[in-house]
Design a binder for this molecule. Structure first.
Ligand code: TYD
Length: 207
């Protein structure tokens, strides 16, 4: 019997947009329909990549170093965890992926996107998510949500202009790949946003 293709679904949005609270409910919903689900995140997902995450989130470094570490983590994550899971037909739900690099390193830090595209091509060799759920919220509202939540890391402590640039970069990524992206309006309470997520995923007809 042929193995069903694994689906690779990524979650994106500026810090405070609320994406993370919908990953587990989506995993439960897909599992309830009899599918294997792997939940993971970037930077991270493997022991090596989690070590790199620690450095990227908490040590000072320039934008090129940051970008190289994020892509090094991604390479290990893809090879060790994501590609094997997709090959056995699992659904992979990943909290952030390469769109975050375009948004944070490209938009936020102003790093050269041509270099990002070259690294992306080397690391991913054409592999892209099948679906990207982009949780969109204006930067000032996301900042209010963050303030209530936790101690900031190197990215979360950036100013409103930084997050406005990150949001703009996400928007242009979404416009470049309209078939892959679903823009989720992240305004409203958790249940309202969750029902938007469920509707958009169900519309793909995969589960
Ligand atoms: P985040 O999902 O916000 O983790 P948590 O909710 O546990 O704090 O991701 C961590 C940070 O990493 C986030 O601020 C964005 C940043 N990041 C990049 O700058 N580039 C990347 O390529 C990725 C994947 C994340």
């Amino acid at each position: 019997m042929a193995v069903a293709p694994g689906r690779f679904i990524t979650f994106e949005g500026i810090d405070g947009a609320g994406k993370s609270s919908h990953i587990e409910p989506l995993a439960d919903w897909i599992r309830a329909q009899g599918h294997e689900v792997l939940l993971t995140r970037e930077p991270g997902g493997t022991p090596l990549a989690e070590n790199l995450r620690e450095l990227v989130l908490h040590r000072r470094m320039d934008a090129l170093t940051e970008t190289l570490l994020v892509f090094a983590a991604r390479r290990d994550h893809l090879q060790q965890l994501i590609l094997p899971a997709l090959a056995r037909g699992a659904t992979v739900l990943c909290d952030r992926f390469t769109d975050a690099t375009y948004a944070y390193q490209g938009g936020g830090r102003g790093f050269d996107t041509a270099v990002l595209a070259q690294l992306e091509a080397w690391v991913q060799q054409g592999r892209q998510p099948d679906l990207t759920l982009w949780f969109d919220l204006p930067a000032p509202l996301a900042a209010q949500r963050r303030a209530a939540a936790r101690a900031p890391d190197r990215f979360e402590s950036q100013d409103l202009e930084f997050f406005a640039r990150v949001r703009t970069a996400y928007k242009s990524r979404a416009q470049m790949s309209p078939g892959r992206f679903e823009t989720i309006d992240a305004l409203g309470d958790r249940e309202q946003v969750w029902s938007r997520v469920q509707t958009r995923v169900a519309a793909r007809g995969w589960y």
